[in-house]
Write a protein that binds this ligand. Structure first.
Ligand code: AMP
Ligand code: MG
Length: 265
């Protein structure tokens, strides 16, 4: 029993075909143990990327409310030293941001050389929530898929690796998580009427995601669909993905200069 994490560019991606409960038949304890082991590797790789200071990685987290974006960030930050990380959350745009093109705020938030950025939401909101809530006209959001692909190409050509993760939870799982938040005085603050209203548009969000995942699943920046009904499995999948990405980059410490020590007084 297997489920692909990503599909080849050009494939028609339909979230309904992906099982949000998928977990390879692993049990929770085994999953958590593997994640803890990955943290050690991640910290070492991230530190080498930082020391090398020539390339960067951005992990883009998308998903509907309560899909686990905050929890995934907490997990990565437990594994990786904060000095290597830049965490950015994208909220509804400010007046200043709205006075620019939709990619402006995103471009200037990209991690610099040596760093790993983690995006809690991203430019994908501009073809998701913006489409569902009809914040711009259809020709405007439709033209954004090509613009996003060109933007991501510019970034990857410049030495940035983009790891796009869609955290996939089911409608039932979202209900349970929202209900838990509404009952918990320490969690209710996360929710507003807009979030409950978004749930009423579940099908429109799913359609918008199907299109965004299909149209922006490129060779240079593919989408990964992370089964996220089980938090521990979601953590494991994302930790593995980031580890794989860093391993592929194989960051190196700058060359050692044995003569430098002679100038130590
Ligand atoms: P949260 O992530 O729960 O703090 O909420 C952030 C809110 O900002 C969500 O409801 C997003 O849909 C919204 N948001 C993020 N980016 C945009 C955007 N480009 N346009 C409109 N709303 C956005
Ligand atoms: Mg929210």
């Amino acid at each position: 029993m297997a489920q692909p994490l990503c599909l080849p560019p050009g494939s028609d991606i339909r979230l309904a075909d992906f099982d949000a409960d998928f977990h390879e038949g692993l049990d929770k304890e085994a999953g958590k143990t593997e994640t803890r082991r990955l943290w050690e590797e991640l910290d070492d790789l991230a530190y080498r990327l930082y020391a090398e200071a020539r390339r960067a990685v951005v992990v883009v987290l998308q998903g509907i409310d309560a899909a686990g974006k905050d929890g995934t960030i907490r997990m990565l930050a437990r594994g990786i030293s904060p000095q290597c990380l830049d965490v950015v959350s994208f909220k509804a745009p400010s007046q200043l941001e709205l006075a620019h093109d939709f990619l402006w705020r995103v471009h200037k938030s990209m991690p610099g050389h040596g760093r790993i950025g983690i995006f809690n939401r991203s430019h994908y909101e501009d073809v998701i929530v913006v489409r569902v809530r009809k914040l711009v006209s259809e020709p405007v959001w439709r033209s954004r898929y090509d613009q996003i692909n060109a933007f991501e190409k510019l970034l990857t050509d410049g030495g940035l690796t983009i790891v796009k993760c869609f955290l996939h939870i089911s409608k039932d799982e979202q209900r349970e998580r929202l209900e838990e938040r509404l009952r918990d005085p320490h969690k209710q603050w996360k929710l507003g009427p807009a979030d409950l209203d978004d749930r009423r548009h579940w099908d429109s969000f799913e359609q918008a995601y199907d299109d965004a995942l299909t149209k922006c699943n490129t060779e240079h920046a593919p989408w990964h669909i992370v089964p996220a009904n089980r938090k521990w499995y979601r953590d494991l999948v994302v930790a593995r993905l980031v580890r794989q990405t860093l391993e592929r980059l194989d960051p190196r410490f700058p060359p050692y200069d044995p003569t430098l020590i002679t100038s130590l007084e």
